[in-house]
Write a protein that binds this ligand. Sequence first.
Ligand code: 5RP
Length: 239
Amino acid sequence: MEWLNSISEDIIPRNITNKEEKLEVARKVAMKVKDGDVIGFGSGSTSYIAAIEIANRVEKEDLHIIAIPTSYEMNALCQDLKIPTASILAHKPDWGFDGADKVNNQNWLIKGRGAAMLKEKLNMVNAGITYILVDNSKIVDEFESSDNNLSIPVEVIPEAVNSVKEALEDLGAERSILRKAEKKDGPVITESGNVILDTKFVEIYDGLEDDIKSIVGVVESGLFMDYSVEIIKPEEKKD
Ligand code: 5RP
């Protein structure tokens, strides 16, 4: 029996910014799917669009794939789209795709607006290659400290918030703010039961990701430096 309701309708964000460009890159990654692939599915609106495009190909061409989702929402969307899912405990991804909040000219990424960076990074380090799907608003030359919107999310075990904040300041953080939930009192709690500090650094230097990770109580950060990624961006428009 089929459900009359679909969780996707509640999950897919209603107002997706830069939707045309996101659709363009989503279609490009969907063309990479081959029968039998185990694929890491990232999170965020671009990844949701890519999942829909992949599901269209799977249905039309009778492909057999397995998705390893990186968030509650992506897992639910895959169920709705009839894409079989598995935990990374059961399968190693052949490749993956994901979105990003910012990409610089060294292919460093800032991720984690959706607080899913822990599983996103777990998929990424285990996949041969991860295609990063970005619209033009995400692409920058350098990560400029003057950019007020450029904050790095840091996932922290709840008991360690004060001590991690202090250690982040020692590393050059101007501020680190506990991410608050919307429509619930208190902080955002991640799928692994942790909290997020949105952290603004004076300088994003080579090695900062490792320095953040070495703080006791930090689980992961949204800084992705030197991973095996290929950036998929929209075609340049000719005038
Ligand atoms: C979630 C992420 C997302 O991939 C990132 O925020 C991009 O999202 P969107 O595709 O909606 O712009 O890192 O944790």
